[in-house]
Design a protein around this ligand. Structure first.
Ligand code: ZN
Length: 139
């Protein structure tokens, strides 16, 4: 069995997944090898497919809520796509910038912010490109 040393995902039945039980058993029996999963591999290589800019006064006064929403969206997406990760988050007073390894994750983050908190949302995507820039703002 392959185990990702960075996030502890396991490769079993031809796909990457999270399963503490199976991972524990494989490690005990030493029947495993280290191998970065596609998500950690993208993070390690610095492959960024989306950047989300969250900005505005509303954000400054709802930081914790916003971070919980980011976490929830990322966890949801990870269940569907092991390669969709948040590579980096930078926080300033009224701004959070999130770099993702997956365009769909960046777009989902923007849409979920729009759904939860309204504000304005703009998604810039180049045709045929895997990269998106997402701007959400509420003052
Ligand atoms: Zn991993």
């Amino acid at each position: 069995m392959k185990i990702c040393p960075a996030c502890y995902a396991i490769f079993v039945d031809n796909k990457w997944t999270f399963n503490e039980d199976l991972r524990g058993k494989a490690m005990q029996k030493r029947e495993w090898e280290r191998c970065l999963c596609p998500g950690c591999d993208r993070v390690a290589k610095g492959r960024i497919d989306g950047v989300v800019h969250l900005k505005g006064k509303f954000l400054a006064s709802h930081k914790e809520e916003a971070k919980n929403l980011i976490r929830r969206v990322a966890e949801d997406k990870l269940k569907k796509n092991i390669a969709a990760r948040i590579a980096h988050i930078e926080e300033k007073n009224d701004e959070i910038v999130i770099e993702t390894t997956d365009r769909a994750l960046a777009e989902r983050l923007g849409k979920e912010f729009g759904k939860a908190y309204h504000g304005s949302l703009e998604i810039q995507r180049q045709k045929e490109s895997a990269f998106a820039r997402v701007y959400w703002r509420r003052d």
